[in-house]
Ligand binder design. Structure first.
Ligand code: FE
Ligand code: FE
Ligand code: ZN
Length: 277
């Protein structure tokens, strides 16, 4: 079965997201752990979580993906911002442990002119101060489009972070199809080659989730503007190859396309119909 869902609003809680996901044909979803452009988080509602855990088990949900706020930057030049990122991620993972064995995805961050090496060291230091052997949450680095000074613009940059994290088994990668395309990986012409490069650089077993998005821009544009499925420069044919690829087809696919719920329902229906197993 295709494990597919989309980004949902967390404002009404987990059970609401679970039911919303089911109503649009999804069996997974992604949500922001807190205000995506700030840091404020709601109080944890353990009753809501308990109900969601029963519901999601009953509906055979695949793992769900929590997304860190965009403003979290563990490799800022400002120590206060780095400290805020560390505290936020630590608290997010603590919260995710109420929903065991799911994923927490974050953007590695922007080095803001300090250079990739300095930035990478900050990210590694942050992760090593947060991860614990007891946690069940897998922390995912997202592949980035390479806007500005974003770290994670290629597989090598993600590998460098992963190889310096001590608790390697707590870490993985989330591949965003729009971001890798915008980053210069031509998945339209060479999907197999791109995945082969991922495997040789990072190891395909470190890939835990996919953000399934079309792109408004050409390959290598470094723009990061998502498009609805089939209406961008990547196109439906390639995105269908992605969901059916033997190295990917078991993963949870999360749509982050510019859509309302009806639009997501339509994309999920379309992709489920084109999934072969
Ligand atoms: Fe993201
Ligand atoms: Fe993404
Ligand atoms: Zn994006």
């Amino acid at each position: 079965m295709l494990n597919i869902g989309c980004h949902l609003s967390a404002s009404k809680g987990f059970l609401h997201m679970g039911k919303e996901a089911v109503s649009i044909g999804a069996n997974t979803f992604q949500f922001f752990t807190r205000n995506p452009r700030g840091f404020r988080a709601k109080e944890l509602d353990t009753d809501d979580i308990a109900q969601f855990l029963v519901y999601s088990k009953d509906k055979h949900f695949a793992p769900i993906v929590a997304h860190a706020p965009y403003t979290l930057n563990g490799c800022s030049a400002d120590p206060k911002i780095r400290q805020l990122a560390t505290q936020t991620m630590k608290d997010d993972i603590r919260r995710m442990e109420y929903l065991p064995n799911n994923y927490y995805n974050f953007h590695p961050g922007s080095h803001v002119g300090q250079g990739v090496e300095t930035g990478t060291n900050y990210i590694v230091t942050m992760l090593n101060s947060i991860l614990t052997p007891e946690q069940t949450t897998t922390v995912l680095l997202e592949t980035m489009a390479g806007k500005g000074s974003e770290i994670g613009r290629n597989f090598q940059e993600l590998h460098t972070i992963l190889e310096h994290v001590e608790l390697k088994e707590k870490m993985g990668v989330c591949l965003d199809t729009c971001h890798v395309w915008d980053g210069g990986y031509d998945i339209v012409e060479n999907l197999d080659k791109v995945l082969d490069e991922f495997d040789k650089t990072i190891g395909i077993e470190k890939l835990y989730a996919v953000h399934l998005n079309d792109s408004k821009n050409i390959c290598g544009s470094h723009k990061d503007r998502h498009e609805t499925i089939g209406n961008g420069c990547i196109g439906l044919e390639t995105l269908v190859k992605v969901i059916n690829h033997p190295q990917l087809k078991h993963l949870p696919f999360e749509l982050e396309t510019p859509n309302n719920l009806d639009g997501y329902a339509e994309e999920i229906r379309l992709l489920r119909g084109l999934y072969t197993w």
